[in-house]
Write a protein that binds this ligand. Structure first.
Ligand code: PEP
Ligand code: MN
Length: 365
């Protein structure tokens, strides 16, 4: 599978003397003034080498701000000329690539919603044939490493040599503190399979809110990621897209100053295993919560049914059967008897408590 990767030799294009390369800029280019004033402030931060701004925005629902389009590329040309920063935009169609190249945009990136679609990726790859431009490929929205790898391979096959993978987190059905669950084991595995491809972490789209950015950015560095993409806006609260996760350039500077660059490199295999196991535990805990909540819903349904038919809540025979049966299953699965007894008691008490509430409530039909 990684055959094209084994011949790939360019991994230095993102190298910076100031530690990890920082890519920053607003989620979206909104006005010329906003783009220029943000870029000028960012250009004063030594770690920031690349200015990002979306001019075509993938929005979940129609009718929202969908980007300023071509005119934004002219503003990015001003950023290049007036700050010396390199500029990057998201492309989703071959026509976007043509326009970006026409305006000499330095770096292209392919967004998470596009990477899920191999047809789109192939069209983009075809449009990139014979072109020498760096391309950053975000992870797909869903946690499927093969889709990510496939997208990278299509771009490599088009002859693009300067490539980076961007880790922006994954859709996860359960609530978590993050907008997109980081699932660190996936970018770690990508690094293992494609050691020459730099991986940039995008804490902004992982976190979805400012307070979490520092922790995620630090973790990315601790996992030896080569760069960070952090959204920054001169007036984040009034940003037209992703306002909660953007920071001002001044806040970005503080955040970057707090990051610790560790000299001592960890053992990647060890880290990788640890992340994989933790992530499994997280998933199982989420399932456990869902299962418990589903159980309580059924208990409630039973409660209403028993109440409406004038049956007592506690039916001892049923309960002793449950305990006997569950203990047997649990013991067979290698769980301790004492633990099982405590667990069953807690679950039972909560069930009784819920049904008691139901009995107290009035019958409404
Ligand atoms: C973005 O970078 O603004 C963006 C749309 O990100 P993603 O593709 O990761 O959702
Ligand atoms: Mn964004």
């Amino acid at each position: 599978m990684a055959s094209i990767a084994s011949t790939y030799h360019v991994n230095e294009w993102l190298k910076s003397e100031h530690g990890p390369t920082v890519i920053s800029g607003p989620c979206s280019a909104e006005t010329e003034e906003q783009v220029l004033s943000t870029a000028k402030l960012l250009a004063e931060i030594p770690q920031v080498k690349i200015f990002r701004a979306g001019v075509w925005k993938p929005r979940t629902r129609p009718g929202m701000f969908e980007g300023v389009g071509e005119v934004g590329l002219k503003w990015l040309n001003r950023v290049q000329n007036e700050t010396g920063l390199k500029v990057a935009v998201e492309v989703a169609y071959p026509a976007h690539i043509d326009l970006a190249l026409k305006y000499n945009i330095d770096i292209l990136w392919i967004g998470a919603r596009t990477v899920v679609n191999p047809f789109s990726l192939q069209e983009l790859a075809n449009a990139l044939k014979g072109v020498d431009v760096p391309v950053m490929i975000k992870n797909p929205v869903n946690p499927d490493i093969n889709l990510w790898i496939g997208a990278i391979e299509r771009i490599m096959n088009a002859g693009i040599e300067r490539i980076a993978a961007v880790h922006r987190g994954f859709y996860f059905f359960d609530k978590s503190p993050y907008r997109n669950a980081p699932m660190w084991e996936i970018p770690i595995e990508l690094k293992r399979l494609f050691p020459k491809i730099p991986v940039i972490c995008d804490p902004s789209h992982i976190c979805g809110e400012r307070e979490l950015l520092l922790g995620v950015a630090q973790k990315a560095l601790d996992l030896e990621m080569e760069g960070l993409m952090l959204e920054s806006h001169c007036d984040p609260d009034h940003a037209l897209t992703d306002p909660q996760q953007q920071v001002t350039p001044a806040e970005l500077k503080i955040l970057l100053s707090k990051l610790i660059l560790r000299e001592e490199k960890g053992n990647r295999e060890f880290e990788s295993k640890l992340e994989e196991l933790r992530s499994e535990v997280d998933k199982i805990d989420a399932e456990l919560m869902h299962i418990l909540s589903r159980r309580m819903e059924l208990v409630d349904e039973l409660g209403y049914y028993k109440r409406d038919n004038n049956i007592t809540i506690l039916q001892l025979k049923r309960w002793s059967n449950i305990v006997r049966d569950r203990l047997k299953t649990g013991l067979n699965s290698g769980l301790e008897k004492e633990f099982l007894q405590k667990l069953l008691e807690i679950v039972h008490n909560e069930s009784i408590r819920r049904q008691t509430e139901i009995y107290k409530s009035k019958k409404n039909n």
